[in-house]
Design a protein around this ligand. Structure first.
Ligand SMILES: [Zn+2]
Ligand SMILES: [Zn+2]
Length: 369
């Protein structure tokens, strides 16, 4: 009994010294370029994205995810580079679409490296489109050419050489993921957009199906690695859709351009959850920063609080475990493991927080036992 009481005290001291924990230490943003929602998860048969639809059941599906909110200044900026820059900076970016203009605010990679003193390979920008090399830098005075992530974009890999086939990009993604286990990675697969612009409906659909396979293979690759498996959040999204009445192009505020896919999987993410909250691309970076425990003060989006699961991560001897907290249980450490015990009386006094700092349970005091 004495020992048990001591263990509770240890638990309390752990909780109070750092009350907010998450399991997530890696974040990947997978952007499937220009796949319209009506051909992805907006098609109730999921004919072209059966594997992403199955993944969504293991995580959270955003049912109301948009490039930018209706009425916002960015609602008709539905080009590739503005969309990707929203996803990596957490800010509205009206930048040129030809790769000659960097985002005006730092990317999440730069903020991470500055705060964590991470090596260049702690962030990776890997894109089929060469013009997306701009995601690895910023024109902001204090950030230009500073804290840049590693980059491999386009046919030559150095941000030149035109577009690269997605299957080649996918192989590079897997190799860098397992070699460097970066904290942050953004990926662009370009073929759905490219085939759409070429006005080839069947190849456009085939490219969406291929992207579905890449997303599935990426998740399996994460799950096959013991260091990534229980610590990686994956966002499967689009940079933009395509016009509602013309799949060959995009770039305004029509529903087809602005409503996009959002599937999120990871240890701190709700499972089997369909989220109807309006979220937009600029909300991805604040959410990643919250999960990984750093700050992106330049971002203007919001943390997607409704997708983060109400369980509790508890840290003991630098080992973090995720424990579901239910009303009639409390938690206790025992010989390095966590036991969930029946609570005799509900006089809890000490809060247990989830990653958002929201109370999800409590630990009874010594006197209440
Ligand atoms: Zn695009
Ligand atoms: Zn449109």
């Amino acid at each position: 009994m004495k020992k048990a009481a001591l263990l509770v005290v240890v638990l309390l001291s752990v909780l109070f010294s750092a009350p907010v924990f998450s399991l997530t230490t890696h974040a990947i943003i997978l952007v499937i370029d220009g796949a319209r929602y009506t051909e992805t998860l907006g098609d109730s048969t999921h004919a072209h994205v059966p594997k992403i639809a199955a993944l969504a059941e293991q995580g959270t599906l955003l049912a109301n995810f948009r490039t930018a909110a209706k009425g916002s200044i960015a609602e008709d900026w539905s080009g590739t580079n503005p969309g990707h820059a929203r996803l990596t900076t957490g800010t509205y970016q009206n930048i040129k679409n030809d790769g000659t203009e960097y985002p005006s605010q730092p990317g999440v990679f730069q903020q991470y490296r500055k705060q964590n003193s991470g090596p260049q390979e702690s962030g990776w920008v890997i894109c089929s489109k060469d013009k997306l090399k701009i995601l690895a830098n910023s024109s902001a005075p204090d950030w230009k050419d500073q804290y840049q992530p590693a980059m491999n974009c386009g046919g030559n890999g150095d941000g030149s050489g035109g577009y690269r086939a997605d299957h080649l990009t996918h192989e590079i993604v897997k190799a860098k993921l397992l070699a460097d286990r970066p904290a942050l990675m953004v990926i662009n697969y370009m073929e759905p957009d490219d085939e759409g612009h070429k006005n080839d409906w069947n190849k456009y659909l085939a490219a969406i199906s291929a992207s579905d396979n890449y997303a599935h293979d990426l998740w399996n690759t994460i799950q096959s690695d013991s260091l990534l498996r229980d610590s990686t959040v994956l966002f499967i999204v689009n940079d933009h859709g395509r016009h509602t009445n013309d799949f060959t192009t995009h770039g305004d505020n029509c529903e087809g351009c602005c409503k996009i896919m959002g599937v999120i999987l990871g240890p701190d993410i709700k499972k089997g959850h369909i989220d109807s909250t309006l979220w937009e691309q600029i909300d991805v970076v604040p959410t990643i920063a919250q999960l990984l425990g750093f700050a992106v003060p330049t971002a203007t989006g919001q943390v997607m609080t409704s997708i983060i699961q109400e369980t509790t991560a508890i840290k003991n001897n630098n080992v973090i475990r995720m424990v579901p907290v239910q009303n009639r249980y409390f938690l206790m450490f025992d010989e390095g493991t966590i036991k969930v015990l029946n609570q005799s009386h509900g006089n809890g006094v000490s809060n247990i927080m989830n990653v958002l700092g929201i109370r999800t349970g409590n630990v009874p005091s010594k006197s209440s036992r």
